[in-house]
Write a protein that binds this ligand. Structure first.
Ligand SMILES: [Zn+2]
Length: 309
């Protein structure tokens, strides 16, 4: 909720809004204002307030998306409606899907999430250097969590915007793996890239900015090693994240509606069919809910599931 200003270079603000929305990073300088990622659509009014407070009457010029998950680009449409001259730049690979608004290709429908339609003006090319707000930012491909993701690095300040490739404690679900594609090597290669960049400070896609990058990398490598040795634990983690994300959005959910949502969500059905078919889908979901409840992430009250933050 609050802009995190400590340790951040001048002209960089981070808007943190819990785990439903990704962080948004506001860059200002040289008469330009740029925002990286826009959060989940339900938080768009809050994002607009925060951006307005910081911009103090000036316009937002450019919106960049590190990748097109609904919790990173859900506020794009609201921002474009508010700032008519706004340029939206997206990571490459899905420009066609955005132009045609192919909800399947964009994975919003398959994950049971929603993202209001937006348009893109240009793609970010890995290897290019962007001049943003008087600073040079390198664009690096960062596949793994998402095959099309990029991360942004400013060599002059050592700041890395790492999206969901590296968090202080781990990294985002490796979505291609949920679809049966090998992507753990890509996660490892992206962590290697981050290690080579030697960032001074990382602004992750979720959670607070952090400076102890070597420790975060060590935790991420160890988590990756665990998933490689026990891929089923990663699939289960993916299932839990999909359910918890929807619960974060809805807060309170009748159990029957949750079962119905799961039965209509292709990612969950595919995961169930391919890996947990020894039990019914409701039994599989019950197992996930029990695990989330014992971790304190939700509470089961009669026929209701209640998010516990
Ligand atoms: Zn993501």
């Amino acid at each position: 909720m609050m802009p995190v200003s400590t340790q951040l270079p001048q002209g960089v603000h981070v808007f943190e809004r819990g785990w439903l929305s990704s962080n948004s990073v506001l860059l200002q300088g040289d008469g330009q204002a740029v925002l990286v990622d826009s959060g989940y659509h339900t938080h768009a009014p809050l994002l607009l307030d925060l951006v307005h407070q910081q911009l103090q009457g000036r316009q937002l010029d450019v919106l960049l998306n590190t990748h097109l998950h609904s919790d990173h680009c859900g506020g794009n449409a609201a921002l474009a409606a508010h700032f008519p001259a706004l340029q939206t730049w997206i990571a490459p690979g899905q420009a066609q899907a955005v132009a045609q608004w192919d909800a399947q290709g964009l994975h919003f429908a398959s994950t049971g999430q929603h993202c209001p339609r937006f348009a893109a003006d240009r793609t970010l090319q890995p290897g290019e250097h962007l001049a943003l707000c008087g600073q040079s930012w390198e664009v690096h491909a960062a596949p793994g969590h998402d095959p099309h993701s990029v991360v942004l690095f400013a060599p002059s300040t050592g700041v890395l915007v790492s999206a969901d490739a590296l968090w202080e404690n781990g990294f985002g679900v490796v979505f291609p793996e949920l679809e049966g594609e090998d992507a753990f090597d890509a996660v490892g290669a992206t962590l290697d890239l981050i290690a080579r960049l030697e960032p001074r400070l990382v602004i992750p896609g979720h959670g607070s900015p952090f400076v102890d990058v070597p420790s975060a990398l060590a935790r991420a490598y160890s988590r990756l090693d665990h998933f490689r040795r026990k891929p089923m634990s990663h699939l289960r983690y993916g299932l839990k994240v999909l359910v918890k994300f929807k619960l974060l959005e809805l807060q309170t959910w009748p159990l029957a509606a949750l079962y119905q949502w799961a039965a209509n969500t292709p990612y969950i059905c595919a995961l169930h069919r391919q890996h947990f078919a020894d039990m019914s889908l409701p039994d599989c979901i019950d197992g996930v809910l029990t695990e989330l409840a014992s971790a304190g992430a939700l509470r089961l009250e009669g026929g209701l599931v209640r998010d516990m933050g």
